[in-house]
Write a protein that binds this ligand. Structure first.
Ligand code: AMP
Length: 217
């Protein structure tokens, strides 16, 4: 199964990816998580990416494509993968097509999580994440059992710097400008599946199971 999840920040890509990977043995590849890990460990890539991430802007296509070229060839991606946060520009989508061709593999489906800007702002402003394992919480709807402490690994639960309201607005503008053209790109290839991301959390998994049962992924 090789799938792309597309949607604005806060559409629930990370949350959906967590439940999908619990069910299917495929690699969850999140470029945002990979970049944050590089920032944390102070790599050259992390140093270059940080200012863009803090401002809610996209990191340059070249850096992202180099990072993904290596990641897609890792052993755990052989059984399939779920791309979360990549591609984010047409240039990245074209580069991905090239990489997949080199590897003689094909994508099965692109799932678009559709959600309104207002919902995004509301959701992200209350999103909290574990600073260590990346588990996702919501300060209102799904807080950790002990305030500020991750249920899974007991590390600190924080608000991401780019989940502050001013940065959220930037990230949304970037999504509409640079990422939403991908909708037409994949629709033309007949690969796009639209899902209303305002609905229940396990809906994407159920939808995927239907596609799987029908032999479509
Ligand atoms: P995310 O966790 O997917 O919301 O990503 C957080 C930030 O990482 C984004 O706002 C961008 O600055 C950067 N980023 C993640 N994925 C990409 C990508 N595919 N292309 C460019 N920048 C990215």
């Amino acid at each position: 199964m090789r799938i792309i999840l597309i949607g604005p920040p806060g559409a629930g890509k990370g949350t959906q990816a967590e439940s999908i990977k619990a069910k299917y043995p495929i690699a969850h590849i999140s470029t945002g998580d990979m970049l944050r890990e590089n920032v944390r460990s102070g790599t050259e890539l992390g140093k270059k990416a940080r200012a863009f991430m803090d401002a809610g802007k996209l990191v340059s296509d070249d850096l992202i494509i180099d990072m993904m070229r290596a990641r897609l060839r890792a052993d755990d991606a052989r059984a399939g993968f779920l791309l979360d946060g990549f591609p984010r520009t047409i240039a990245q989508a074209e580069a991905l097509d090239g990489l997949l061709k080199e590897m003689s593999i094909e994508l099965d489906a692109v799932i678009l999580l559709e959600v309104s800007d207002d919902t995004v702002v509301q959701r992200l402003a209350s999103r909290r994440v574990c600073s260590s394992c990346g588990a996702i919480y919501n300060a209102i709807a799904h807080p950790p059992k002990i305030e500020g402490v991750c249920d899974i690994c007991c590390s600190k639960v924080i608000q991401r710097d780019d989940d502050k309201e001013s940065v959220i607005r930037n990230r949304l503008a970037v999504y509409h400008e640079q990422t939403s053209p991908l909708i037409e790109y994949y629709d033309k290839k007949g690969m796009l599946h639209r899902i209303d991301a305002n609905v229940a959390k396990d809906f994407v998994l159920k939808y995927l199971e239907t596609l799987n049962a029908a032999g479509n992924v």
